[in-house]
Design a protein around this ligand. Structure first.
Ligand code: DGP
Length: 120
């Protein structure tokens, strides 16, 4: 699969589609999910063109990978859901069996309420 430059997150990155921004730096953009599954449900995406976690880990620079991971911790602290507060869950859907719908790599961050243990 090739990266589709017209996926919805690519359009958000180009400011062609609006989003409710949470955080942005040179490497990542974070915004609220349009269809929240928990009280807090945000997405974190790299600015580079990567299809999924495997593509990101294979092709992104070490700087991009480090900055992406650091951004997660920065954002959960900003939102006061880090483990110093009540905690959160981070997931990434990958491919067909993972239920991925948007083929620009992203993490979902869920918080603000208790999340059940099981994966559905
Ligand atoms: P995934 O299944 O992991 O590919 O989830 C994609 C998520 O993206 C899904 O929870 C809904 C969200 N989403 C889709 N389109 C938009 C959009 O235009 N804006 C925002 N903010 N979120 C979107």
């Amino acid at each position: 699969m090739n990266y589709d430059k017209n996926n919805i997150f690519a359009k958000i990155l180009r400011n062609e589609t609006p989003c409710k921004k949470v955080y942005e730096n040179d490497y990542v953009l974070s915004f609220y999910d349009v269809n929240p599954q928990k009280k807090i449900h945000i997405l974190v995406i790299p600015k580079g063109e990567y299809i999924d976690l495997d593509d990101f880990n294979s092709k992104a620079s070490e700087k991009e990978i480090i900055e992406f991971n650091k951004a997660i911790t920065h954002i959960v602290k900003m939102l006061k859901i880090s483990n110093q507060e009540d905690g959160y869950r981070v997931i990434s859907n990958i491919g067909k069996n993972g239920g991925q719908e948007v083929f620009h790599f992203h993490y979902h961050i869920f918080g603000g309420e208790k999340i059940r243990k099981m994966v559905f």
